[in-house]
Design a protein around this ligand. Structure first.
Ligand code: NAG
Ligand code: NAG
Ligand code: NAG
Ligand code: NAG
Ligand code: NAG
Ligand code: NAG
Ligand code: NAG
Length: 442
C-alpha cells in the first residue's frame, strides 16, 4: 500500500515537473502581477491579466510591431507604459483617441524613425522618453501640449539632415537637450543644439547668391567653447565689390572669378578681419598697397591672387608683414602667378628677393612671370630665375659708356687747352705779341 502510494505521488510530481517545464517554454510569458502593475519579459500575458492595470512594463521584446491600439484595448486603464530592450521594432501603431497614457517610455528599442502622426492621439501624455534608440531625427512640429518632460539622449542624430526640428525643442521640457549630440561626420559627438544654432545663423547671414557651409566645428582649447569653421563660396557670381554681409565666423571666403578691383575691405571692414583664407583669383585687382601695415596681413593664412592685374607690390611691406604673421611658416600660402609683373631694375630685384625668401609659402613660384612685352627677352620668363644683370644691364651699361665718353672728351679738351697755353706762351716769348683774344679784352 505504502509503495503504491509513493509511486502515485512520484508520478504526479514528475508530471507536474514536465508540465512546469513546458509552461516555462520560450513562447510563454513570464510576468509579475502586482496591484495595478504588470511587468513582463518578452511577451504580454496571454489571457489572465487584471483589466484595471495602470502600469505596464515589458522587457526584451522581439516584436516587429509595437501596437498601442491593441495595448489600449487590452488595458484600457493603462497610464504608464514602459517598453525597454528590443531589436526588431520597426513599426509603431498609434493608440486610439480614447486612452489614458500619461507616461510613455520606449527605451533601447533601436527605433529608427517616429512619424508625427504617432503622437496625435497621446492627448494626455505628460512624460515621454525615447532614449537609446537609433533615431536620426524627429519630425517637425510634434503636437504634445500636455507634455512636461521629454528625454531624447542616446540616439543617432544625423546632423547632415535639416536641423530645424532641434530649434523647436523647449529646453525646459526636453531635459537632456544640452546632452544630445550629433552621431557621425561631420560633427561627431558635438552638441546637437549648438550645431543647429550655428547652421541657422549661417543660413540667415549668408550673402545673396553665395553658398555657405560649415565643414567642421572645433573645440577651443582654452575656453572649451565650440567654434564653427565656416566657408563661404561666392565664386563666379559677378561681384564687383566684396559682399556686404557674411556669417560672423567665416574663416574661408571664395571670391574668384568676379570683377573685384579693390581689396581694401580686408583692412577696413571688421566683417573681414577674422577671415583666414581668401581666394581672389581671376578678378581685376591691380594693387595690394591698401593692405600695407594692416592687421589682416599679420594674421591671414591663405591669400590667393592669381590671374589679376598686379604689376607690382610693396615687397618690403609684404616681407615685413609675413615675418610677423602668426601662422608662419607652415600655414601661410600666397599665390601671385598669372599677373602682368613689371620686370625692371627698380622693382624686380627686391621682389625677387622676397620671392626667394618666402618660396615655401608662395606655392606658384614658377607662374610668377614678367609681363608680356614684345621683343623683350624677359617677357613671360619666371621672375625667380632672372639674373640681376638681365634686369639692370642695359641702363647701367649705357650710363657707364656715356661717362667714359665724357671723360675722354674732357681729357682731350684739357690737353687742347694746355697745348694752346704752351703755344701762346712760346709765341709771346718769341714775338712779344699777345694772343689775339687778349687784345680784345677790356
Ligand atoms: C482590479 O481588478 C481586480 C480583479 O480583476 C480587483 O480585485 C481589484 O480590486 C481591482 N482594483 C481596482 C483598484 O479596481
Ligand atoms: C528579432 O530579434 C531576435 C533577437 O532578439 C532575432 O533572433 C530574430 O530573428 C528577430 N526577428 C526578426 C523577424 O527580425
Ligand atoms: C512608470 O513606470 C515605470 C516602470 O514601471 C516607473 O519606473 C516609473 O516611475 C513610472 N512613472 C510614473 C510617473 O509613475
Ligand atoms: C486617433 O484615434 C482615432 C480614433 O480612435 C483614430 O481614428 C485615428 O486613426 C487615430 N489617429 C492616428 C494618427 O492613428
Ligand atoms: C545622414 O544624412 C545624410 C544626408 O541626407 C545622408 O547622406 C547620410 O547617409 C545620413 N547618415 C546616416 C548614417 O544615415
Ligand atoms: C518652454 O516650456 C515652458 C514650460 O512648459 C514654458 O513656460 C515656456 O514658455 C516654453 N518656452 C517656449 C519658448 O516655448
Ligand atoms: C548630461 O550629461 C552629463 C554628463 O554626461 C550628466 O551628468 C547629466 O546628468 C546629463 N543630463 C541629463 C539631463 O541627462
Amino acid at each position: 500500500m505504502m509503495h503504491g502510494c509513493n509511486l502515485l505521488f512520484l508520478t504526479v510530481l514528475l508530471l507536474s515537473i514536465i508540465e512546469g517545464s513546458t509552461k516555462a517554454g520560450p513562447q510563454k510569458s513570464t510576468c509579475i502581477f502586482r496591484d495595478h502593475q504588470i511587468i513582463c519579459e518578452k511577451h504580454l500575458p496571454s489571457l489572465e491579466y487584471p483589466v484595471n492595470t495602470t502600469n505596464l512594463e515589458i522587457r526584451n521584446i522581439d516584436w516587429l510591431e509595437l501596437n498601442f491600439q491593441d495595448l489600449v484595448e487590452k488595458f484600457p486603464f493603462v497610464q504608464n507604459v514602459t517598453v525597454i530592450h528590443g531589436r526588431n521594432v520597426t513599426k509603431l501603431v498609434p493608440p486610439p483617441a480614447e486612452n489614458n497614457i500619461q507616461v510613455l517610455t520606449l527605451n533601447n528599442l533601436r527605433l529608427k524613425r517616429i512619424r508625427k502622426e504617432f503622437f496625435i492621439n497621446f492627448t494626455k501624455l505628460e512624460e515621454l522618453s525615447l532614449r537609446f534608440n537609433h533615431l536620426k531625427h524627429l519630425p517637425k512640429q510634434i503636437q504634445l501640449p500636455t507634455v512636461k518632460t521629454i528625454l531624447l539622449s542616446g540616439n543617432k542624430w544625423n546632423c547632415s539632415l535639416n536641423l530645424d526640428w532641434v530649434l523647436e525643442l523647449n529646453e525646459t521640457i526636453v531635459r537632456d537637450l544640452r546632452n544630445l549630440t550629433c552621431h557621425e561626420e561631420p560633427y561627431p559627438g558635438k552638441s546637437l543644439i549648438e550645431i543647429a544654432k550655428f547652421i541657422r545663423e549661417i543660413e540667415d547671414e549668408c550673402p545673396l547668391k553665395c553658398s555657405c557651409s560649415m565643414p567642421k566645428v572645433v573645440i577651443e582649447p582654452e575656453t572649451e567653447v565650440l567654434e564653427p569653421i565656416i566657408s563661404v563660396d561666392c565664386s563666379y557670381k559677378g561681384f564687383s565689390v566684396f559682399p556686404e554681409t557674411l556669417p560672423s565666423k567665416t574663416k574661408t571666403l571664395y571670391l574668384q572669378g568676379n570683377e573685384i578691383s579693390s581689396i581694401s575691405p580686408l583692412r577696413t571692414n571688421p566683417l573681414y578681419e577674422n577671415i583666414l583664407d581668401i581666394f581672389l583669383d581671376y578678378n581685376k585687382i591691380s594693387s595690394v598697397e591698401e593692405l600695407e601695415g594692416s592687421l589682416w596681413l599679420t594674421q591671414f593664412r591663405v591669400l590667393s591672387l592669381r590671374g589679376n592685374r598686379l604689376s607690382q607690390i610693396p615687397s618690403y611691406a609684404i616681407d615685413n608683414a609675413l615675418r610677423q604673421n602668426s601662422n608662419m611658416p607652415n600655414a601661410v600660402r600666397l599665390r601671385l602667378g598669372g599677373n602682368p609683373w613689371r620686370c625692371d631694375c627698380p622693382f624686380t630685384p627686391v621682389f625677387q628677393e622676397m620671392l626667394q625668401k618666402f618660396s615655401h609659402q608662395i606655392s606658384d613660384l614658377m607662374e610668377i612671370k614678367c609681363s608680356y612685352v614684345e621683343g623683350d627677352e624677359n617677357s613671360m620668363v619666371p621672375i625667380i630665375g632672372l639674373s640681376r644683370s638681365s634686369l639692370c644691364r642695359f641702363p647701367s651699361e649705357y650710363s657707364v659708356q656715356a661717362l667714359d665718353l665724357i671723360n675722354v672728351i674732357l681729357v682731350f679738351l684739357i690737353i687742347g687747352v694746355l697745348a694752346k697755353l704752351a703755344y701762346d706762351y712760346y709765341h709771346f716769348k718769341r714775338t712779344g705779341r699777345v694772343p689775339w683774344i687778349v687784345t680784345k679784352m677790356p
